[in-house]
Write a protein that binds this ligand. Structure first.
Ligand code: HEC
Ligand code: HEC
Length: 288
């Protein structure tokens, strides 16, 4: 019963999207069809001056659940990465593991190192396939699309420490040190994406995929810069356009060879707006 309902509403969404795209291609989009799919909640916090410890923890919470894109992988669904509840408690134990090759001396340093150089220590069973847990599939979160600065990284560490009931040991930013973080926060303010590149960043697609128009991209999912030629032949009788919409709305409907199901989040249909879906599909089909 439940499953059927869900199936129907997903199908409805796919049909909705494809209808919208057909209209958009014949030029109706400029008349402004209302968007019915809700926007993501605001994920950013501005830093204007010195911060209290509680503000630092709250900022880390927001980054972890928003801009950091951490929960794309670190979530109970899919088992694509270890859950981070209690990571601050287990961090000092990680350093003592014979497989540990890093430089951290404290739990705080271990967490920072895990974020900046994920392959220094790869949690058993979570390495890239075929690397025997020596290479992490986690992107460097201070680089590329995520690009957290030092203050933001410290805020995430503060959040982990606080949620584990441990003392917060990271330095609090003063006015001057906090300033760059405020700039970063503004740059990523959430609003409907106006270009495909913006949409790929907004939803964290670049964390897992190489996508058209963006140099750096992850490799937890297939390279989407080559999809234009393949999309139309993935499923017999399904156009490339429909296939892409389905892949984004219901990732497990077709699992690309060499990849596992359940890795790609299944809730984009509820988050991506019609106009954003239109931009994404066009970009992946190589249309301008
Ligand atoms: C594309 C998927 C992905 C994203 C996005 C991601 N991670 Fe990870 N992360 C992993 C995987 C897989 C592992 C386990 C392998 C390893 O140890 O590197 C991991 C490991 C970790 C660890 C070490 C956990 C432990 O038990 O020792 C920390 C800490 C961590 N991630 C923090 C973060 C934070 C904070 C973010 C967001 C800013 C983030 N990750 C984003 C996939 C991801
Ligand atoms: C946490 C990692 C992750 C994120 C985030 C993610 N994907 Fe994926 N995606 C995958 C994996 C793994 C596959 C291959 C397995 C499958 O087919 O479901 C995939 C498959 C796809 C495919 C099918 C590709 C093909 O070659 O047939 C498309 C299209 C796609 N993703 C688009 C997107 C878009 C657009 C976004 C952002 C809105 C996104 N993905 C976000 C991991 C991810």
């Amino acid at each position: 019963m439940e499953a059927t309902k869900k199936g129907n509403s997903e199908l409805g969404k796919i049909l909705g999207y494809s209808l919208f795209i057909m209209l958009a291609f014949v030029g109706f989009a400029k008349f402004g069809i209302p968007l019915v799919i809700p926007e993501l909640p605001p994920v950013e916090e501005k830093i204007t001056g010195a911060m209290t410890q509680d503000q630092m923890v709250a900022m880390g919470d927001k980054i972890f659940h928003g801009k950091g894109t951490c929960t794309l992988c670190h979530s109970p669904v899919g088992g694509r990465a270890p859950l981070l509840d209690g990571v601050a408690t287990r961090a000092p134990e990680r350093i003592k593991d014979p497989r540990y090759k890093g430089k951290a001396k404290t739990g705080e340093e271990y967490i920072r190192e895990s974020m900046k150089e994920p392959s220094t220590y790869v949690v058993a069973g979570f390495g890239k396939p075929g690397t025997n847990d020596t290479v992490s599939p986690m992107p460097q979160i201070d680089k590329g699309a995520i690009g957290l600065n030092d203050v933001e990284i410290n805020a995430v560490i503060a959040y982990f420490q606080k949620s584990s009931g441990l003392p917060v040991t990271v330095p609090l930013p003063t006015g001057a040190a906090a300033a760059p973080a405020a700039g970063g926060a503004e740059a990523a303010a959430p609003k409907p994406a106006a270009t495909a590149e913006e949409a790929f960043n907004k939803y964290g697609c670049v964390t897992c995929h190489k996508v058209p128009g963006i140099a750096e991209g992850g490799d937890m999912g297939p390279d989407l810069t080559k999809l234009a030629s393949a999309a139309g032949s993935r499923k017999p009788g399904m156009s490339g356009e429909m296939y892409i919409i389905e892949s984004i709305s219901t990732p497990n409907a077709y699992v690309v060879k060499g990849f596992d199901p359940d890795i790609m989040p299944g809730d984009f249909a509820e988050k991506v707006t019609m106009s954003e879906m239109n931009l994404i599909v066009k970009a992946l089909l190589g249309k301008k």
